[in-house]
Design a protein around this ligand. Sequence first.
Ligand code: NAP
Length: 514
Amino acid sequence: MSSTVLPNFVSGQWQRGSGDGTPLFDPVRGDELVRVDATGLDLPAAFAFARDVGGAALRAMSYAQRAAALGEVVKVLQANREAYYEISTANSGTVKNDTAMDVDGGIFTLGLYAKLGAGLGDRHFLLDGDLARLGKDPLFQSQHILSPRRGVALFINAFNFPSWGLWEKAAPALLSGMPIIVKPATATAWLTQRMVEDVVKAGVLPEGALSVICGSNAGLLEQLQPFDVVSFTGSAATAALVRSHPTVVRHSVRTNIEADSVNSALLLPGHEADSGAFDLLVKEVAREMTIKSGQKCTAIRRIFVPQAVYDAAAQAIGTRLAKTTVGDPRNETVRMGAVVSRAQKQHVIQGVAELRSAAHVLFDGTASSLIDADADSCCVTPTLLGAHDASAPVLHDVEVFGPVATLMPYTDLAQAQALIRRGQGSLVASVYGEDPAALAAAALELAPSHGRVHVLSPDVATMNTGHGNVMPQSLHGGPGRAGGGEELGGLRALNFYHQRSAVQAATPVLTAMG
Ligand code: NAP
């Protein structure tokens, strides 16, 4: 017998698709959990309802009122946290700490936007800069304003963050006054669907503000209109399809893309194996490789160290990775769960094989046995690769979305920085050192090819937020291969959901506008 088919929520109603549904699995035990299906939904009606009913209701509220609504969403999610942990364990195969990153990370992000939004007060639009005189006479001037876009925000999300991936986009969109339709990645859609269900049932958002469509993406992009936006997170290959979709192109639909990224960690020259900076790098690399089984768009994939400490780094990272217990996340002794599906496990195996054409294995976790999981499960043990010669393109092109990274030695800093740029634009690079001036110079050098630079020195060893942890106060996104998108960064995130316009008028008109 097949499992329950989860309903979609569109046009203000819970609606089941007309098909048999696509099954979602427990990646450790292999059991079928639930099904999702969006076959036969009336998508034009769903988008129109969100735009017309949800959009109008949200725009009638002030920023402060919408911020208060976000605060209510936080309470609903907190009240149901336990259920989200259970779904995440079963469907994503994550240990508690990894679930926290997704579930509590999403709630934290919503909470931050609730606070930021309260500070925007009782307004219905935002001023952008000051009045600008257009000529000698100050009577006729220009004022830039930001007004909420009168469309719907379509989110197409990746499988690795079914909670955070929704809320990090939803918080600024709702605060801006735009209704949302979210299409989670099929493999882990259950958690997103359940969270939307809880929020809808609690009635804390206006009708039409939040819809969820689980299952096929067929027909979604065709619904987009000129004032809509689409925010996509996923692979570069799908991103290219979204960006070049005829409807998106025809209507110049505003698009934000968060795609894959071959992120780096760089130990600055002159740090020996007994230095604090070396120690920080080793800990951070081992952590980043294993959190969420390496399924983090921000995870460290390439590690650059001075030639002199290459062997010591390989040894030290390997020693840490050897302590990572892998298996069923329900077992308290397990530190790393599974990747989300058989397809992802296969991608990891294939990706390691591709990297091995230019690298050798420095640490291979397959020797340790899995805990409460068998070889058929989607558990993958960590692999550290090494390449004495860092010139091969594959080392900088292939993102293995699992617990895998490649260590590379460099001879001088300029060479290391050039190698990092061969990632063609990344979400984040972390730099490890002890001298503030050298660290500052390295950060400035790497900034143009990254959305974020995470600088680690021993004085912030215990208080830093982590290379791969996306804080809502800081920008998330990156140029080039990383998609060219920008998310979060505090109130900067609101720009995407607003239209910037210049109003040119007599000063009293601009004053009357408020
Ligand atoms: P994916 O295969 O590109 O899928 C992403 C989303 O797009 C899913 O919801 C998928 O739906 C949907 N989709 C697939 N084909 C589509 C099409 N033709 N039109 C419209 N939507 C379509 O990516 P993934 O494998 O889920 O995610 C892994 C990748 O995401 C990694 O490369 C990772 O680096 C990247 N990622 C980036 C970030 C970031 O913030 N930069 C965050 C997380 C992940 P179905 O699931 O139903 O196919």
